[in-house]
Design a protein around this ligand. Sequence first.
Ligand SMILES: Nc1nc2c(ncn2[C@@H]2O[C@H](COP(=O)(O)OP(=O)(O)OP(=O)(O)O)[C@@H](O)[C@H]2O)c(=O)[nH]1
Ligand SMILES: [Mg+2]
Length: 281
Amino acid sequence: MTINWYPGHMVKARREIEASLKLVDIVVMLLDARAPLSCRNPDLEQLARHKKIIMVLNKSDLAEAAATRSFLKHLRQEGLLAVAMDSLKGQGVRQVMDTIYQAFESQRQDMLRRGRRVRPVRLMVTGVPNVGKSTFLNSLVGQKMARTGARPGVTRGKQWIRVRDDMEIMDTPGLLWPKIESEEQGLKLALLNIVGENAYDEYEVALYLLRFLRKQAPQLFTEYYKLKQVAEDEEELLKDIACQRGHLVKGGQPDPEKTARQMISDFRTGNLGCLTLDQLP
Ligand SMILES: Nc1nc2c(ncn2[C@@H]2O[C@H](COP(=O)(O)OP(=O)(O)OP(=O)(O)O)[C@@H](O)[C@H]2O)c(=O)[nH]1
Ligand SMILES: [Mg+2]
């Protein structure tokens, strides 16, 4: 499944981000902790290559804790600063703040050495759509300053937010790449609600989720979906789950489309448990 979802506001957002980069000291890149590798935006990393970068693995409450620890280690081995965060509960705020000040320290020392007034540290929060950039910012400020929502494309323009007297952060709209070529990456981004719903087929995404569960969490078929037997074929499996859940059309036939939607939603909300889609090579 190739995904072409690069709406007009994203083209504008990329230009704005590029132009605003010179105004900031640090770029915070939010990645979904359930698929940190698939969420990395090579285009953005290239644009920000001269800036200090902090990778934040957000929505860590929905990911496997051990996998998140491995990804943090992996990113740190690349020489990046990396922290995990649950922006809804505010878990990780302290560590994020410490990391920001740590990243700014050499510049701060430099200003002091030159006898200049130390100005506030300026950051930009970037990442793919719906990864939680605005929620993350709100949790740093401790109040709702930026608009958030459970669908990609909520933030449409940049917005500066004063987090503290010595910290200003720019919220930005979610960015993707013009074309997501990798089939598997596209399916993961769709499952994570990162691309607009018109850009993918829910049935196909649910079949991908079933393949993933069969490999990584097969117990859910019996424990969560209460199946007595687990069919070898994903389409059959989806129909069996439809029957088990009572998702039927008139005439008593299973309604796999409805089940597909429900399964995707159960994954997104964490009803299926903490699951990480990406694996380290
Ligand atoms: N479980 C969980 N949900 C989160 C977390 N952070 C954000 N969310 C939810 O993710 C959804 C998207 O959050 P936003 O903050 O609007 O995401 P965004 O990155 O600003 O999205 P765009 O502006 O559309 O690019 C919302 O439903 C949030 O409640 C988190 O750490 N854990
Ligand atoms: Mg936003």
